[in-house]
Design a protein around this ligand. Structure first.
Ligand SMILES: [Zn+2]
Length: 414
């Protein structure tokens, strides 16, 4: 297995510092770039030529999804899941299927002629699940997993990217076997109460399918772009603080721990200490289960991430926890190196192991998509030249990321 850190030129590192001082986000730009780059070396001979030729692209575009958070509010939620919002490990109340999760936590309401609002309810009768609605004193019901699911997919989920979701009264009536105009319904709506708590495992599965499709079509531009972005989301899913409502320690008086764990520690120690030899990419038999396991494994580490820092902060001299550092002419407040070293030591290799797991998962995801697409022949020579449209789109992303305000949650190091 080839493993060579010479691939990280000093220039890129300087640019990285520039970015990381203004916005240290999610594995930091440093971590995302590094794990995407290293994932290339897990690939089999049939794939590695193409990816090596384009390793700069795979590295550079590792952070596009974070930049896109400035362009659309739908982006932020793809990077995390506050799974503890919904219950306790292993979270049986959270459907692993995307449509089911949305169905379960989407409120559908009907405004009646009299001006009352009635909500659709989920009922279980003798082990069978139904969706039901009160209509002028009578109870209407329909099978949840079949009829409601197709209704939901056609009339509700199809509006996912709309600002507000409107439901047709007649479609709702038809769900319960009523003719047009028969339901007491002046208007109906649906509200998604699920996505705001994060959707990373579901998004990973969608990305896997898109990447497979790109391989099927032998579309080099899309293969590279989706590979780079897939790497980003897989990396995020491996970060324990991406799986909790307490994502920046704000509930436990540890504000700043997010960037501390995923940016500061790798930036200080990855080059000096980490071994990124992770072996070969492996075929993923069930991507859905695999991505969920990655998220759950991250969550199992969450207590340690928080407790270890909490305990350390109580015994470490307070005036030596935070330091001021000069970075390209700006003074920033950050965790002191000595404090970071103590935290890192107490984590006993956790950050390194999560980075290694990310690298292996990314390579395996790319490899699986390629296999599922029928192992298409990839060009082994020549760097891919992005089209004019692709280049313009990327410049636009850069522009928005530099000047803009992120939509949705940010994990900035302020
Ligand atoms: Zn991210």
């Amino acid at each position: 297995m080839m493993f060579d850190l010479r691939f990280a030129p000093a220039i890129i590192f300087a640019v990285l510092l520039l970015f990381s001082s203004t916005a240290a986000e999610r594995w930091g730009f440093f971590g995302h770039r590094r794990i995407n780059r290293m994932a290339v070396f897990t690939l089999p001979p049939e794939m590695i030529g193409f990816y090596k030729k384009n390793i700069e692209y795979i590295t550079e575009h590792a952070v596009d999804p974070d930049k896109r958070r400035y362009a659309t509010k739908h982006e932020a939620v793809r990077h995390y899941i506050d799974i503890d919002h919904w219950g306790e490990y292993p979270f049986p109340e959270v459907p692993r299927d995307w449509t089911e999760a949305l169905m379960k936590f989407t409120e559908v309401g009907v405004l009646t002629a009299a001006g009352d609002t009635l909500l659709l309810q989920r009922d279980t009768v003798r082990g069978q699940v139904f969706i039901s609605l009160e209509d002028r004193g009578a109870k209407l019901s329909a099978p949840y997993a079949t009829a409601y699911r197709s209704f939901f997919e056609q009339y509700v989920k199809s509006q996912y990217y709309e600002d507000s979701w409107v439901v047709e009264c007649d479609a709702l009536g038809a769900l319960f076997g009523l003719g047009a105009g028969s339901l007491d319904c002046r208007s109906a709506y649906a509200v998604d109460h699920f996505s705001e708590y994060g959707i990373v495992p579901y998004h990973l599965l969608q990305m896997q399918q898109r990447l497979t499709e790109a391989f099927r079509q032998k579309d080099q531009g899309r293969i590279l772009r989706l590979s780079a972005e897939m790497g980003h989301y897989i990396g995020d899913a491996h970060v324990p603080l991406h799986t909790t409502e307490n994502y920046n320690g704000q509930l436990t008086n540890q504000v700043g721990i997010h960037a501390f764990w995923e940016s500061r520690l790798p930036e200080l120690f990855a080059d000096e200490q980490y071994d990124f030899f992770v072996g070969r990419a492996e075929y993923i038999a069930s991507p859905k289960e695999y991505f969920w396991e990655a998220v759950l494994a991250s969550h199992r580490l969450l207590d340690s991430v928080l407790l270890v820092e909490k305990e350390l902060s109580e015994i470490f001299p307070e005036d030596r926890q935070y330091c001021y550092e000069e970075r390209l002419g700006r003074t920033i407040r950050t965790y002191c190196r000595e404090y970071a070293e103590a935290y890192h030591r107490r984590l006993a290799g956790m950050v390194e192991r999560r980075m290694q797991a990310s690298v292996h998962a990314i390579g395996s995801s790319w490899y699986t998509a390629w296999v599922d697409a029928g192992q298409p022949l990839l060009p082994a020579s020549g760097e891919y030249a992005p089209t004019v449209a692709e280049r313009e789109e990327w410049q636009e992303l850069q522009r928005q990321a530099q000047g803009g305000e992120a939509k949705g949650r940010t994990h900035e190091n302020e």
